[in-house]
Structure formats: C-alpha cells, structure tokens
Design a protein around this ligand. Structure first.
Ligand code: BV8
Length: 237
C-alpha cells in the first residue's frame, strides 16, 4: 500500500471469509451455507413465523458447530492489532460466531447478532445461550418459552448502526476482510468511508461485489493476508 497519511482511526469489517479456515461455512461460496438452504426459508421473521422448528434447528446446528471450532491466524492477528493499536479501532463483524473474541479481540461489534445469545420475544431480554432452542426452553429472565436466536434476519435492522456510522465518520482506514459485499447495509460501508476521505483496503479470497470501491484489493486466504497486513500497519504506526 502506498505511503499513507498518518493513520489514527481504523474500521475493520469482517465477513464469513475470516472464519472459513476455522471450518465455518461461508454463505455464498462453493458449498456455502445458503446453497444447501434457501435463505428465504431460514433467515427471515416470516420463515420463523411459518416454520419455527425448521429455523430453530438450523440455528441450533450452527450454534453447536461453532463451539467445536477454533479461531484461526486471521482472528489472532486482528486481536494483536486490537491489543497494540494506540489509535481508535472498531472491528465490525457480520459474523455471528464468537471466534474474534476467542481469538482475543475486544473492540468487536456484532452488527448481525450472535449465535451464543438468545433473545426473548416476550420480555426482550438477551441471554448468553449455548444450548439448543428447539425445545423452547424458558427465558432465564421471565420464564416465557419465547426465545429466538439473537441474529439479525433479512428485513431486520442490524445492530448499533448509529455507532457504526459515527465511527465511519472519523475513520482514516477502512479494511474489509472476507466478505462478498452482497448484503446491505454492511456492503455500503466502504462507500461511506471513501466518500469521507478514508483509504480503503480489501483482503479477500476473490474480488467482492464492491471491489471497485477499494483503493487496493489483495487476494488470497485470510490466514496469510491478515497477519501480513497487521505486521505492516503496526510497523508503520
Ligand atoms: C436491512 C445473520 C432494512 C443471519 C445475515 C431485496 C429484497 C430483500 C432485502 C433486500 C433487497 N435488497 C437489499 C435488501 C436488504 C438486505 C440485503 O442486503 N439483501 C441482499 C441479499 C440483497 N439486507 C437486509 O435485509 C438487512 N437489513 O436492510 O434492514 C431495514 C430498514 C429499516 C427498518 C428495518 C429494516 C439485514 C441483513 C442481515 C441478514 N443477516 N446474517 C445468519 O447468519 O444466519 S446476512 C449473512 O450474509 C451473513 O451474516 C453475512 O454477514 C452476510 C454477508 O455474507 P458474507 O459474510 O460476505 O459471506 P459470503 O459467503 O457472502 O462471502 C464470503 C466471502 O469470503 C467471499 O467473498 C469469499 O470469497 C471470501 N472467502 C472465503 N474463504 C476465504 C475468503 N476470504 C479470505 N480467506 C478465506 N479463506
């Protein structure tokens, strides 16, 4: 990357590609999660209303699966950046796994929710949850058997958007890692950052749908690209 004006504030956006080498399915790649399941059948409030058992089983399977996986070198490198970067840093993840946290990252924002939280539709409480939901267990707070995955479905508003936009307004460097740029509003963040004068870098296995908006795109596996980029940015800090 060409010599940059001093970078102080970084936003990192991650998608399923950062967890792919940990063995967690991506959504749109070969054998991706959605290919064996129609999105419309699983990740919408309508689907949940129409067939709650199907949706609960889908998320129970994925919640259990992530608990058997480990963070990879990309998660660990992002955590090293988090620990050593003296400026502002926000790791906005579209992922609902907990591998950023288990890799050691702290400044993580799950804009699409988290597998390991359950959301009670009766009392609105969110509880840490690692077990299945298919049996409709009672909410720890109100006892109602009304919990759903605490995951943002299509047509639902992603979490903490005000905070994300406030951070993007101050960003100097926006780095997108392992996302296809297929889903909004996340896919639009690069344009917001660019329009506000930030430099933009994409680290991905293949060009994303938003590649044209990035100053630079590096292609390859996250476990190679991300540690190398973190070394570079910390050396120039
Ligand atoms: C909203 C949680 C508005 C659930 C997810 C038309 C009809 C209906 C809706 C829309 C429409 N047009 C636009 C919309 C809006 C819609 C949308 O964008 N749809 C798309 C499909 C067109 N968006 C929404 O509905 C959002 N909400 O707009 O609300 C609103 C306004 C007011 C009031 C209320 C509401 C909500 C979107 C969130 C949906 N939930 N996930 C779950 O996980 O089950 S989205 C899902 O896709 C994932 O969370 C993921 O974040 C997201 C994007 O996928 P990626 O992470 O990018 O993964 P993908 O497989 O696509 O790509 C992986 C990439 O990694 C690839 O590029 C691959 O090359 C790369 N890779 C693979 N291996 C590696 C690698 N890179 C590096 N190393 C490797 N080893």
């Amino acid at each position: 990357m060409a010599a940059m004006a001093r970078v102080r504030n970084i936003v990192v956006l991650t998608g399923a590609g950062v967890s792919a080498e940990s063995g967690i399915d991506t959504f749109r790649g070969a054998g991706g999660l959605w290919e064996s399941h129609r999105v419309e059948d699983l990740a919408t409030t309508e689907a949940f209303a129409r067939d709650p058992e199907l949706v609960l089983r889908f998320y129970d399977m994925r919640r259990a699966a992530i608990q058997t996986k480990q963070p990879n070198e990309a998660h660990v490198a992002i955590a090293r950046l988090d620990a050593e970067w003296r400026g502002r840093l926000l790791i906005v993840t579209q992922n609902v796994d907990d591998l950023h946290e288990r890799g050691g990252a702290r400044r993580v924002l799950h804009m699409h929710g988290e597998h390991l939280n359950a959301w009670c539709t009766a009392c609105d409480t969110r509880s840490r949850w690692t077990a299945p939901l298919i049996e409709r267990p009672p909410c720890p707070s109100c006892g109602a058997r009304a919990m759903r995955p605490d995951v943002v479905w299509f047509g639902e508003m992603p979490y903490r958007m005000d905070e994300i936009h406030a951070t993007l307004r101050e960003v100097d460097l926006f780095v997108s890692i392992g996302t296809s740029g297929a889903v909004y509003p996340a896919a639009g963040f690069v344009r917001t950052a660019r329009d506000l004068g930030a430099r933009t870098l994409e680290l991905n296995f293949e060009r994303s749908q938003g590649s044209a908006w990035f100053d630079e795109t590096r292609l390859g596996p996250a476990t190679e690209l991300v540690p190398a980029w973190v070394d570079e940015i910390l050396a120039g800090a």
